[in-house]
Structures are given as C-alpha cells and as structure tokens.
Design a protein around this ligand. Structure first.
Ligand SMILES: Nc1ncnc2c1ncn2[C@@H]1O[C@H](COP(=O)(O)OP(=O)(O)O)[C@@H](O)[C@H]1O
Ligand SMILES: [Mg+2]
Length: 150
C-alpha cells in the first residue's frame, strides 16, 4: 500500500512512553521522540520532519481519538539496523471507521474546529512510510517509518 519501507527487523535501541491525551503533552511527545532519535545524529531537517509527523499523529489522538475524554497515548520509538526509525503512536480511543478515506487529503470529521484534514498527508510527506491500523471502539495505531541519511 502506501508503506514505502519495511518494518524494522533488528532493533538496536528502544524507548517507550505513555502520556495522557492532554494538549499540553503534544509538545512533550514531539520533543521526547526527537531527543531519543538525536543519538543517531540526524540532520536538522530530519529532526524537523520527525517532530512534525509525530505532532500530527499525537494531535489526532488528543482531538479525535479521545475527543470528549482523556486517555492514554502510547508512544514507542525503535532505532533499527540501517538507521531506520520506527515510531508507533497508539491510542485506545474511538477508532477510525474507514482508514482509506481518513487518509485522503483534506478529509476531516472536524471541519467545525477548522481542522485541515491534512494530518495524514503531512505524515506521509515527512516520513518514508506510514501505516495505520484501527478498530472502531478499540483504538488506532499509527506507525511512522523514517530512514536517516547514511
Ligand atoms: N487517532 C485517531 N482516532 C480517531 N480518528 C482519527 C484519528 N486520527 C485521525 N482520525 C480521523 O481521520 C481524519 C483525518 O485526520 P487528519 O488527516 O489528521 O486530519 P484532521 O486532524 O485535520 O481532521 C480525522 O478528521 C479523524 O476523523
Ligand atoms: Mg489531524
């Protein structure tokens, strides 16, 4: 599908973190992921790309998955062989009925709050692979793959 690189096989280092879905934690999540990835000496552009994609995925957990409530956002970052970074953002919120539709540019279920519907498109453009699995009433897992320069 739209995943352009494979999931990583050999994990060299890993970080896991759980945060409640408060909007104040979006910046924390983005910075924590970037700080962990810094050990691979990414370029400033690569770090900016990662932060931007993580920010979109975490914001979706806060505003969509747990729309009228607060729940856990689980983050996992795996640094894999070949300078591949796999970032997983998981929620146990409302889920997405039609993932293919949700990933379309400009598709949003929240136009009244002036959402752009470009979150998944941004993730795709800043990463080398994006995988989304979701079950209504159970939650969503977004996996971002980013391959760093040699
Ligand atoms: N974690 C999630 N849980 C539930 N629904 C989600 C989640 N992430 C995205 N969605 C759904 O996918 C749609 C598109 O997401 P996105 O491309 O980020 O655009 P936007 O957030 O601007 O609406 C959202 O409007 C929402 O309906
Ligand atoms: Mg969004």
């Amino acid at each position: 599908m739209r995943t352009r690189v494979d999931f990583c096989a050999e994990v060299e280092n890993e970080m896991r973190m759980v945060l409640p879905s408060l909007s104040v934690n979006e910046g924390m999540a983005r910075s924590a992921v970037a700080a962990f990835c810094a050990q691979l000496n990414p370029t400033a552009v690569e770090i900016a790309d990662i932060k931007c994609a993580v920010s979109e995925a975490v914001t979706n957990c806060i505003v969509h998955a747990y729309r009228d409530t607060v729940g856990d956002i689980q983050l996992s970052v795996k640094l894999c062989e070949g300078r591949l970074i796999q970032i997983e953002i998981r929620d146990k919120g409302c889920g997405i009925p039609d993932v293919k539709l949700a990933r379309e540019p400009l598709y949003t279920t929240d136009a009244e709050n002036e959402r752009s519907g470009m979150g998944f498109t941004v993730m795709e453009s800043f990463c080398d692979g994006v995988n989304v699995t979701s079950r209504v009433g159970r939650g969503t897992t977004v996996t971002l793959l980013k391959r760093l320069h040699k």
